[in-house]
Design a protein around this ligand. Structure first.
Ligand code: UDP
Ligand code: MG
Length: 318
């Protein structure tokens, strides 16, 4: 009987030094298990020799597959490409920078065998400063108040998904993808495994402060329309307050006549209202931008080179 297949998806952006090491690490963990496995490396428009590194591995090992993008499309697009091309009955997503310890793979597969559809690896923040810990836990508290899906501190994209979950994720066709939210949105029974934070050995983290901020806004806006409502209430409150203020001034004028021309009140009202309007416009723009992106229906990524040739693709080409 054929062994069943597990797919491992590795988004890789400028990870030339890490590729051979991560292959070795995964191979050591997966070899003893009773599964066949495939490694799908996604070269997300790397500017170093990541692609060459992967191609060398692929020529030596049949389990190594790759998809190379024409430019950097981001980790979300890379994960999507991997999920689309994966054939395994279970799929594991992990970073190519060795920060997701491959020693967890057997435990994840075991969770899958116990019948869980999602086995999630949670990072515990041992090596971090108390300030950073406090900051990130506050961040998650605030975010969870705002979005409709639960996002948990230390939980990222490192997880195993059953074929059923992958198929459901692939049915979600939105252009702005926020996987952390999508994984939680699809539901299914989950098992959580903890691991200790590992620091990166080779290369740099690709997350700048502005990327993180954009990621947080994506998470917020992709998952509900609460910011729109906040604007609505802020606008309503401002309107009521200014009406009250106008009424008050009006009575004052009737009672005591016009005093000093109200420079201060005029300028503050203009500034305040201007601020509220700009904020609201910004939020509305955020949603309109999203609608714009959705209606364009552009592909999430473009492939320059791959060694995965689906029979389905070949049929459509002929
Ligand atoms: N990555 C990617 N495209 C990007 C940025 C990152 O494919 O535009 C990959 C990267 O190679 C790594 C994983 O996503 O395997 C996580 O990135 P990184 O280590 O920079 O994030 P961090 O660990 O700091 O959260
Ligand atoms: Mg990393």
């Amino acid at each position: 009987m054929n062994k069943s297949l597990i797919s491992l998806i590795l988004p890789s952006f400028n990870e030339e030094k890490n590729i051979p090491m991560i292959y070795e690490a995964i191979h050591n963990q997966m070899e003893p298990l009773h599964y066949d496995y495939e490694l799908i490396f996604i070269d997300d428009g790397s500017q170093d020799h990541t692609l060459e590194s992967i191609q060398m591995l692929a020529s030596a090992h049949d389990q190594v597959k790759y998809i190379s993008f024409t430019r950097n499309f981001g980790k979300e697009a890379a994960m999507l490409a991997g999920l689309e091309k994966s054939k395994g009955e279970a799929v594991i997503i992990l970073d190519a920078d060795l920060q997701h310890p491959s020693s967890l793979l057997p435990a994840m597969v075991e969770g899958y065998e116990e019948g869980y559809d999602q086995v999630i690896a949670r990072r515990t923040r041992t090596g971090e400063s108390p300030l950073r810990k406090a900051l990130s836990s506050t961040f998650y508290k605030v975010i969870n108040q705002l979005v409709d899906v639960t996002l948990e501190n230390g939980i990222g994209d490192f997880r195993l998904l059953s074929r059923a979950v992958v198929n459901d994720i692939l049915k979600l066709s939105e252009g702005n993808r926020f996987s952390k939210g999508l994984f939680s949105w699809v539901g299914y029974e989950e098992k959580v495994i903890n691991y200790e934070n590992v620091s990166r050995q080779e290369g740099d983290s690709k997350w700048s402060f502005s990327k993180l901020l954009n990621y947080a806004i994506d998470g917020l806006v992709s998952f509900n329309t609460k910011p729109l409502r906040v604007c609505f209430y802020a606008g309503l409150l401002t309107l009521l307050l200014s009406l009250g203020y106008i009424g008050f001034i009006f009575i004052e004028i009737i009672r005591t006549g016009i005093a000093v021309p109200g420079y201060f009140s005029t300028i503050s009202a203009i500034l305040f209202l201007g601020g509220v309007q700009l904020l609201s416009l910004g939020v509305v723009g955020e949603y309109i931008g999203r609608i714009y992106n959705e209606v364009k229906r552009r592909p999430h990524y473009l492939v320059k080179d791959t060694n995965i040739h689906d029979t389905k693709d070949q049929l459509t080409k002929q």
